[in-house]
Design a protein around this ligand. Structure first.
Ligand code: SAM
Ligand code: SF4
Length: 311
């Protein structure tokens, strides 16, 4: 379906839980309060929504969170969504070692794994978690034939490690993307901008290339060793003009943009019995119609919780 600016909306990012086993500095406050289980969309509700989104022309779904692999029914959710969409996932990778194979069997095609440092101490400082299980998860996912990409949110804490992270990805033949920190949910100070990231990687002789790996807004470069490095410049450059995304929160609120405070409440509609495809469709069309031309995140901190809405 087209929005009012004629952008084709065919991609949904879906946060299936707000819970997480990490506490990344840029994402969740240490004392974060999670939603009670009965506020999350159930598998049955997800099934109804999948059918509706598919009718409206959504073709690709990225499962995210919170940490999606913490949901016990994540494999069932993946299997359900894979009947309608091409399905990918963004994860912190902690449970990927045990789940990569069942997820692949359920129809998952690709996985983006967050990796902010290879150094145990730095990794712990940023995420409050351990790096070893994540590294094991990445290797198992590659072995199982999933398309793997790495995501690194750049901060002063890992800036000097960027070349090592590129080497790590190169050895495995997988792309790595560096993300500018966004002011979502927490007051994030000290954004490292694209120019500084590129300067840190100057030894790799990065050459811009016109490739699109997945549906994300990353701009890609190729290193002198032939590996892809992406930069997601959410803050320094606007990529809103060709945005094709909607975002569904774990409690069933559909947002037209990550930086938007407008949403339609699909969970409320589902639970009040109005779950016929036509009625849900009308609500979804309202969200699409109200998709803003661009986000306003440069001007202010957005109060949306990244974990509920799914980064
Ligand atoms: N837990 C999973 C993970 O970390 O990959 C999935 C959810 S996380 C909210 C999705 C993505 O958002 C991750 O790549 C994460 O690094 C990114 N993210 C979270 N907070 C961010 C922020 N303030 N600025 C930029 N990216 C952020
Ligand atoms: Fe958890 Fe992902 Fe947020 Fe980190 S970025 S706290 S791993 S949801």
């Amino acid at each position: 379906m087209l929005d009012k600016y004629n952008r084709k909306i065919d991609y949904l990012r879906f946060s299936i839980t707000d819970r997480c086993n990490h506490r990344c500095l840029y994402c969740m406050p240490p004392d974060v309060k999670f939603l009670p289980d009965d506020r999350l969309l159930t598998l049955d509700e997800i099934r109804t929504l999948a059918e509706t989104f598919s009718h409206l022309g959504i073709e690709q779904v990225r499962i995210t969170g919170g940490e999606p692999l913490l949901r016990e029914d994540v494999v069932d959710i993946t299997r359900e969504l894979a009947q309608y969409f091409s399905v990918s996932m963004t994860t912190n990778g902690v449970r990927l070692k045990e789940l990569a194979w069942p997820l692949k069997e359920a129809g998952l095609i690709s996985v983006n794994v967050s990796l902010n440092s290879l150094n145990e101490d730095v990794f712990f400082t940023i995420t409050k978690g351990k790096v070893k299980p994540v590294l094991a998860g990445i290797d198992v996912a590659i072995e199982r034939g999933l398309f793997v990409k790495l995501n690194t949110v750049v901060s002063q804490m890992n800036l000097k490690e960027l070349p090592e992270l590129v080497d790590f990805a190169s050895k495995r033949g997988i792309p790595i993307r560096f993300i500018e920190m966004m002011p979502i949910g927490r007051q994030n100070r000290g954004v490292i901008f694209e120019d500084q990231i590129l300067e840190k990687l100057s030894d790799f002789d990065l050459r811009p290339v016109q490739v699109k790996l997945g549906q994300g807004p990353a701009k890609y470069f190729v290193t002198k060793y032939g590996n892809y490095v992406g930069i997601i410049s959410a803050m320094s450059k606007s990529f809103c003009e060709d945005c094709n995304k909607l975002r569904l929160s774990c409690d069933g609120k559909l947002y037209p943009c990550l930086g938007s405070t407008h949403y339609v409440d699909l969970l409320k509609s589902l639970r009040s019995g109005h779950h016929q495809v036509e009625q849900l469709s009308e609500l979804i069309k309202i969200a699409i119609y109200n998709k803003p031309l661009s986000h306003q995140m440069k001007d202010s901190t957005v109060d949306n919780a990244m974990n509920r809405l799914g980064g």
